[in-house]
Write a protein that binds this ligand. Structure first.
Ligand SMILES: *[C@@H]1O[C@H](CO)[C@@H](O)[C@H](O)[C@H]1NC(C)=O
Ligand SMILES: *[C@@H]1O[C@H](CO)[C@@H](O)[C@H](O)[C@H]1NC(C)=O
Ligand SMILES: *[C@@H]1O[C@H](CO)[C@@H](O)[C@H](O)[C@H]1NC(C)=O
Ligand SMILES: *[C@@H]1O[C@H](CO)[C@@H](O)[C@H](O)[C@H]1NC(C)=O
Length: 429
C-alpha cells in the first residue's frame, strides 16, 4: 500500500516536471521568432558573461604563449624565479581552472562537520602573481567555514613588494591572512614549523607558494582526517607548466609519500592497493602498518603543498638499525642507488643512510628499495621492493640474532659474523 502511494508521488512529481519542460521549450521556441532585441537580452547575454571570464590569458588553465617580439624579455624574466614570470603576470590572480576530477569524485558527498584548517604558505622572494594566485585560489575554492586563516611565512625575502605592499594587499581579502617574517633565512622546514606554531585551526595545511587549488581540493583531505585524526594525507598533485602556466592533469596512478629520509617522493600505486579499492579510483590509496614510514606521536595536523603532504605538529620516525655483532658496524645504504650493493659503516644513530625497516613482510627495506639476494653467497644488493617475499625475505631470530635469507637456505652457523642486532630507533623531526 505504502509502495503504491510512493509511486503515485513519484509519478505526479515527474509529470509536473515534464509539463514545466514543455512550457519552457514552447516559450523559448516561441522566442526564436521574436525580434532580435528580446533574443539578445536573454541567454546569449548570459553566455557572453560566462565566456568572457574564460577568455583572458591562462583562463581555464590554458597555456599562455608569449609573442615572438617579447621572447627576449621573457627569457630575462624567466631567470628571476626559474619560471615564466611574464606569462604568470599576464594571468588573472583568480583565473578559472578546469575541473579534472573523475566524475565519481565530483558527485561524492562529504560530512558536513569537517575539521577546519589553517593554511601555512612559506615563501622566499616569490613572485607577486604566483604567490597571490595561490592565496586567491585557496579562498576561492575552499568552503569558507572550513578555512580559519592563511599564515604566510616570509623566509627573509629581499623583494620590496613582499613587504608593506603585500601587507596592505592581504588586508583587503575576505579571509584573515597573517604574515610572519623570519629574521634570517631559515629554510623551508623551520619556516613551516614557525607558521604551524602560530595556527589556530584544527588541521594545518602546508601549501607551496606557487600552486593553485582546484574546486573540491580540500573536502576529501579533511574528510580523511575526520575519519582518523592520525591520518597523514596528500592529494594527487597536478602540474602547472613553468613555461606556459598551462594546467595539466596529473596521474592518479602515483601517490605521494616520504622516503626513509623524510624526503617527499612520488611512488607508483602498487597492485595490492588497486585490488583493495576494487577498481574504484575515487577511494584514497592507503598505506600503513608494515611499511608505515612515520608514526606521529602527538596532535596530528594536515598539509599538502605542490609536493603535498600532511604532517603532525611534532612527530617522529621509527626505524631499525642493523648492527653486526662481530664488526659492530651497521648496515648502511651508503647513499647508493638501486641495483648496487648494500654497505657497512660505523653506527652513528643519526638515521640517514642507516635507516632500515624490517617490515611485516620480512623485507629489509631502505626507502623503496629492499635488500635482495639472488644467489647463494651472492652479494646483497638493493632492488625495488616487490612484496613477493622470495629473494627479499629474511627471517630474523631475535634469540639467536640470526638474519636468515630463507630462499637461499644457507648453512647458518653461530659465528658472531652472522649475528645481527636489530635495534628500534626513534628520531624526532
Ligand atoms: C576575477 O575577478 C574579476 C574582478 O573581480 C572578475 O571580474 C572575474 O569574473 C573573476 N574571474 C573569475 C574566474 O572568477
Ligand atoms: C574551528 O573549529 C573549532 C571546533 O569546532 C571551533 O571551536 C573553532 O571556532 C573553529 N574556528 C573557526 C575560525 O571557525
Ligand atoms: C661460520 O661462517 C663463517 C663465515 O661464513 C666462517 O668464516 C666460519 O668458519 C664458520 N664457522 C663455523 C664454525 O663453521
Ligand atoms: C621494535 O618495535 C617492534 C614494532 O614496532 C616491536 O614489535 C618490537 O618488539 C620492538 N623491539 C624491541 C627490541 O623493542
Amino acid at each position: 500500500m505504502r509502495r503504491f502511494v510512493y509511486c503515485k508521488v513519484v509519478l505526479t512529481t515527474s509529470l509536473v516536471w515534464v509539463l514545466v519542460d514543455v512550457f519552457l521549450l514552447l516559450y523559448f521556441s516561441e522566442c526564436n521568432k521574436c525580434d532580435d532585441r528580446k533574443d539578445r537580452s536573454l541567454l546569449p547575454a548570459l553566455r557572453a558573461v560566462i565566456s568572457r571570464s574564460h577568455e583572458g590569458p591562462g583562463e581555464m588553465g590554458k597555456a599562455v604563449n608569449i609573442p615572438k617580439d617579447s621572447q627576449e624579455k621573457m627569457k630575462e624574466l624567466f631567470k628571476i624565479n626559474q619560471f615564466n614570470l611574464m606569462a604568470s603576470d599576464m594571468i588573472a590572480l583568480n583565473r578559472s581552472l578546469p575541473d579534472v576530477r573523475l566524475d565519481g569524485c565530483k558527485t561524492k558527498l562529504y560530512p558536513d562537520e569537517l575539521p577546519n584548517t589553517s593554511i601555512v604558505i612559506v615563501f622566499h622572494n616569490e613572485a607577486w602573481s604566483t604567490l597571490l594566485r595561490t592565496v586567491h585560489s585557496v579562498i576561492q575554492r575552499s568552503p569558507r567555514q572550513l578555512l580559519v586563516e592563511i599564515v604566510l611565512v616570509d623566509d627573509a625575502s629581499e623583494r620590496d613588494f613582499l613587504k608593506r605592499k603585500l601587507e596592505n594587499y592581504v588586508r583587503t581579502l575576505e579571509l584573515p591572512v597573517r604574515i610572519l617574517r623570519m629574521e634570517q633565512r631559515s629554510g623551508l622546514i623551520r619556516a613551516r614549523l614557525r607558521g604551524a606554531a602560530a595556527t589556530k585551526g584544527q588541521v594545518i595545511t602546508f601549501l607551496d607558494a606557487h600552486c593553485e587549488c582546484t574546486v573540491g581540493w580540500l573536502e576529501p583531505l579533511l574528510a580523511r582526517i575526520k575519519e582518523d585524526r592520525s591520518a597523514v594525507v596528500c592529494p594527487i598533485i597536478d602540474v602547472i607548466s613553468d613555461e606556459t602556466f598551462e594546467y595539466m592533469a596529473g596521474s592518479d596512478m602515483t601517490y605521494g609519500g616520504f622516503n626513509w629520509k623524510l624526503n617527499f617522493r612520488w611512488y607508483p600505486v602498487p597492485q595490492r592497493e588497486m585490488d583493495r579499492r576494487k577498481g574504484d579510483r575515487t577511494l584514497p590509496v592507503k598505506f600503513g602498518s608494515a611499511a608505515e614510514p612515520a608514526k606521529s606521536s602527538t596532535k596530528t595536523t594536515g598539509a599538502w603543498p605542490k609536493s603535498g603532504w600532511m604532517i603532525s605538529k611534532t612527530s617522529s620516525i621509527s626505524y631499525h638499525q642493523i648492527r653486526n655483532v662481530e664488526t659492530n658496524q651497521c648496515v648502511d645504504n651508503m647513499g647508493r642507488k638501486e641495483n648496487e650493493k648494500v654497505g657497512f659503516f660505523n653506527c652513528h644513530g643519526m638515521g640517514g643512510n642507516q635507516v632500515f625497516s624490517y617490515t611485516a613482510d620480512k623485507e629489509i627495506r631502505t626507502d623503496d628499495l629492499c635488500l635482495d639476494v639472488s644467489r647463494l653467497n651472492g652479494p646483497v644488493i638493493m632492488l625495488k621492493c616487490h612484496h613477493m617475499k622470495g629473494n627479499q625475505m629474511f627471517e630474523y631470530d631475535a634469540e639467536r640474532l640470526t638474519l636468515l635469507h630463507v630462499n637461499s637456505n644457507p648453512d647458518c652457523n653461530r659465528s658472531r659474523a652472522q649475528q645481527w642486532l636489530l635495534r628500534n630507533m626513534t628520531l624526532s623531526v
